[in-house]
Design a protein around this ligand. Structure first.
Ligand SMILES: Cc1ncc(COP(=O)(O)O)c(C=O)c1O
Length: 486
């Protein structure tokens, strides 16, 4: 039956119905008709739904309930890090002084906002071990691209721009790494991981040459494994005349413990919309600041937020800059959240973040390794990768396991990534989950492993309890049905 809860808001609309009732205003209203030319006026009123306040509330609540979010349940999406972010940071980012200013205002009138960004830059220097920061890039991938433009500018400045055309990327890398390198105009050469899941030093040596512009690395990598040979790797790349790029999207594994600066990296990006209190995913605004060592500082994007005596200024006076990579100065609201998060956690709190993230991941890995194949046995950092190969032999694929988890009330982990593990299941619990929640997830995964043994066909039909069952995912992507049918 179609109830008003399941009806479209347009179907509920009744002419003249309103979601509010206010006293009539006694303030004189500015008459736009005197200002605008006749042809700009709409000929017909906008066909917007007209509903009561209660209908409106139910409409939005029903929409919200259709979604599974971090506030609904456990969301162990490896690499995509869906963690709970303290709501107080949302409130702070929405304070009047932050919300109701405009980037085109005279800097003298927004000194507080500039101070927040300047101080955030200072904090991110500490977090990354870098000498200078730009808050401009709006995402991890954009940070990567901007960082690689800096590689390019550096090599060009040294007269090697035409020669150094290759970026090396391990086969475990996040897809954005090779994509950003290609967009920045580089040839991408893949480095095969060794049997331990990390960059093989010998494979790296073989790939390095006079054409090497640099190496992109995530540490810990997307298998959740720390690249223990990083110091040697950095030396090798530098000796070959290349630079090292640190994909810092996994920073929550090392916060307060180590910095990419100490590991030997030259350029870094962080995903503030992942590790620093802005929700990841959902296509919302992000922030992927980049940090560089001193010798690359002249190439950073402009304008740069600087302090001159007691005044915060926007300085574009840099001859070698790669230019502007984003409108204005970055996604300010995301940066405010990160600032509030860092200040409220403090140095010790950030260390606790990485300790808890690593502890939670190792706890899950240890408890699940009896029931699922664990291709890499060593301790992990913030995430780990299982393989569903054992289950595949019984005719159950990783996708079936992921779909069955929905019946148990969990969001599915990342599946089939990283590509180097067959039937991979990539799990990231994050630091914010309680042990009881982790235990419930383990119980569900163990139950599913038993179902694979006893009734594999059940899993082929999963999810069994959801209003939407198995979709044809290819058709859903290629030919989505976006028309509402009653
Ligand atoms: C390891 C890694 N690198 C890069 C990215 C790209 O970040 P973004 O989605 O902000 O472009 C992600 C995304 O989560 C990631 O997990």
């Amino acid at each position: 039956m179609t109830t008003s809860n399941t009806k479209l808001i347009f179907e509920q609309s009744r002419s003249g119905r309103r979601a509010f009732s206010l006293l009539e205003s006694d303030v004189e209203v500015f008459d736009l008709t005197e200002e605008l030319p006749e042809h700009l006026f709409r000929k017909k009123a906008a066909e917007l739904p007209e509903v009561s306040e209660l209908q409106l509330m139910r409409h939005y609540t029903a929409l919200a309930n259709k979604n599974f979010g971090i506030e609904t349940g456990f969301y162990p999406l490896g690499s995509c890090t869906m963690k709970y972010n303290p709501k107080v940071n949302e409130d702070i980012a929405r304070m009047d002084g932050f919300m109701h200013i405009h980037p085109l205002q005279d800097p003298a009138t927004v000194q507080g906002a500039l101070k927040v960004m300047y101080d955030l830059q200072e904090d991110l220097k500490q977090v990354t071990g870098m000498d200078d920061i730009s808050l401009q890039p709006a995402a991890g991938a954009q940070g990567e691209w901007a960082g690689l433009l800096i590689f390019k500018a550096y090599h060009e400045k040294n007269g090697e721009g035409n020669q150094r055309k290759t970026i090396l990327v391990p086969d475990s890398a996040h897809g954005t790494n090779p994509a950003s390198a290609a967009v920045a105009g580089y040839n991408v050469v893949q480095i095969k991981s060794n049997e331990k899941g990390t960059v093989g030093v010998e494979a790296l040596k073989a790939a390095l040459g006079p054409d090497t512009a640099g190496l992109m690395l995530t540490n810990p990598n997307t298998l959740g494994l720390f690249e223990i040979d990083i110091v040697e790797i950095a030396e090798l790349v530098h000796e070959a005349g290349g630079l090292l790029y640190y994909d810092g999207a996994n920073a929550n594994a090392i916060l307060g413990k180590s910095t990419p600066g100490e590991m030997g990296f030259d350029v870094v990006h962080l995903n503030l919309h992942k590790s620093f209190s802005t929700p990841h995913g959902g296509g919302g605004p992000g922030s992927g600041p980049i940090g560089v060592k001193k010798y690359l500082s002249p190439f950073l994007p402009v304008p740069r937020i600087e302090k001159q005596k007691n005044l915060y200024v926007l300085n574009s006076d840099y001859e070698d800059t790669i230019g502007r990579v984003k409108g204005y100065f970055g996604n300010f609201g995301v940066n405010v959240r990160a600032y509030a998060y860092i200040k409220s956690m403090g140095a010790e709190g950030l260390q606790q973040v990485s300790e808890d993230a690593v502890l939670n991941a190792n706890y899950l890995k240890a408890r699940l390794s009896e029931y699922y194949d664990t291709p890499y046995k060593q301790h992990c950092k913030h995430e780990f990768v299982l393989s569903g190969l054992r289950q595949k032999r019984k005719g159950v694929r990783t996708l079936d396991i992921a779909k069955r988890l929905l019946d148990y009330g969990f969001y599915a982990p990342t599946v089939y990534f990283p590509l180097i593990v067959e039937e991979s299941i990539m799990i990231e619990p994050t630091e914010t989950e309680a042990k009881e929640t982790l235990d419930e997830f383990v119980e569900a995964m163990i139950e599913i492993a038993k179902e694979v043994e006893e009734d594999p066909d059940l899993l082929h039909d999963a999810p069994l309890t959801k209003s939407v069952r198995r979709l044809d995912e290819v058709m859903a992507a290629r030919k989505p049905k976006v028309i509402y049918q009653d």
